[in-house]
Design a protein around this ligand. Structure first.
Ligand SMILES: *Cc1c(COP(=O)(O)O)cnc(C)c1O
Length: 404
């Protein structure tokens, strides 16, 4: 007893701080190791590597979790977006509106399918697509809107669904960063992101909020006919064995990845809560510092507080992203890295300025918010294993730098 007390004391006194990582997958694995290991071994022992029972069970469990009729697993989040657009029957030349401030996968698949990407500006507070900018970009060729629930917070779905209804457009939610997030609509109805539009995509890339140990993704929809179409598309356009009715792709979630996801899904809400807790601690540390703008909780959060209060279940903090005003953001990145604090700039270049996606239709004046954000944003370490000591270390270094 005494010995163990003594050891606890020594440990408490002398354990060095855990190395800070942008994402700590090892620490998370330690908590689910037994289940992950045994279910991966089970897949190997039964050699049901493709379309095994784990994939089917995961699909059902995710449908239950989200409260949606159909989850169609596929190989990654980029495929999921592409397949969703193929399923909707979008045709070359159709215009698809999406955000200028996001990861390139969204605009990439639009271009790959020879649809016309139409990038629009975002809102300064939520970092999400600006409904007013969507309205301005609509033409007779517009067929779909792709809101991205960026950094884990829902886009303004009330407005987006209203615009879509008015102009008869499809809404494809890119939920790669938002899995588990809630959105409360203007009538007080709470829904999970990815279940509001006509169809949604997600990614199970390892660092996403629900990540597997390789690549994975899924498409969600409540539309039975669309689900049927998509199930054929992911499987070479086959609806009956060796009958190829449409041009499809080969895009599968393998059974080992499904086994990992089944072990993690029951923990998803707890994982997202751990992220919210870390976000709250960051917010508290930065309170009152004028040059640091902490993430704002926007419309669609049931509790209408503009910070993360104890009862918030909306934002899932895929990233915790600050805006740094009147200070050299790039020098801050260097300062943090020099102190072994990883951080990221998501995203450093607007999509409309990327070589692959420039277009005559774009005017810089239409992207004032994105052009500002790329200079101000910095994303801090955010994962399920962050402890108070690490958060104190990170916030202190940032505050010292800013207050210099
Ligand atoms: C990660 C991500 C994707 C792509 O997912 P992959 O599984 O890497 O193909 C698409 N959109 C957004 C917003 C993402 O963050």
């Amino acid at each position: 007893m005494l010995v163990s007390l003594f050891c606890t004391f020594v440990k408490f006194q002398y354990t060095p701080m855990k190395k800070i990582q942008m994402v700590d997958l090892k620490g998370q694995y330690a908590g689910i190791k037994e289940q992950v290991d045994s279910s991966i071994l089970e897949v190997i022992n039964t050699t049901t590597f493709i379309n095994g029972p784990e994939v089917h069970s995961f699909q059902k469990e995710l449908e239950d979790y989200l409260g949606i009729k159909h989850v169609i697993p596929c190989a990654n989040g980029t495929d999921a977006l592409q397949i969703a657009m193929m399923g909707l029957g979008l045709q070359p030349g159709d215009e698809v509106i999406t955000a200028d401030f996001t990861f390139a996968a969204t605009v990439e698949v639009i271009a790959l399918l020879q649809l016309t990407p139409v990038l629009v500006d975002v809102e300064i507070d939520s970092f999400n697509i600006d409904p007013e900018a969507i309205r301005k970009a609509i033409t007779p060729k517009t067929k779909a809107i792709v809101p991205v629930h960026l950094f884990g917070q829902a886009a303004n779905m009330d407005e987006i669904m209203a615009i879509a209804k008015e102009h008869d457009l499809y809404v494809i939610e890119d939920n790669a960063q938002g899995i588990g997030a809630n959105y409360t609509d203007k009538n007080g109805r709470k829904e999970k992101t990815g279940t509001i539009g006509h169809v949604a995509s997600t990614s199970f890339f390892p660092s996403k909020n629900l990540g597997c140990y390789g690549d994975g993704g899924a498409i969600f929809t409540n539309d039975d006919a669309l689900a049927h179409t998509i199930r054929g598309i992911v499987n070479h356009g086959m609806y009956e064995r060796y009958h190829h009715d449409v041009v499809g792709v080969n895009s599968r979630l393998d059974s080992i990845q499904a086994a990992v996801l089944r072990a993690k899904l029951p923990n998803l809400d707890a994982y997202n809560n751990a992220r919210r807790n870390a976000a709250r601690k960051y917010n508290k540390a930065f309170k009152g510092i004028d040059n640091i703008i902490t993430p704002k909780v926007s419309s669609g959060c049931q509790t209408s507080c503009d910070v993360i209060c104890d009862t918030c279940d909306c934002h899932v903090f895929h990233q915790y992203t600050l805006r740094i005003l009147n200070a050299d953001r790039d020098a801050l990145v260097k300062h943090l890295n020099a102190n072994n604090i990883p951080c990221g700039v998501y995203y450093p270049i607007p999509l409309h300025s990327q070589k692959a996606y420039t277009s005559d239709r774009y005017k810089e004046a239409d992207f004032t918010v994105t052009n500002q954000l790329i200079k101000e944003v910095i994303s801090l370490p955010m994962h399920t294993e962050l402890d108070d000591e690490q958060i104190d270390f990170i916030t202190q270094h940032i505050i010292d730098f800013i207050s210099k």
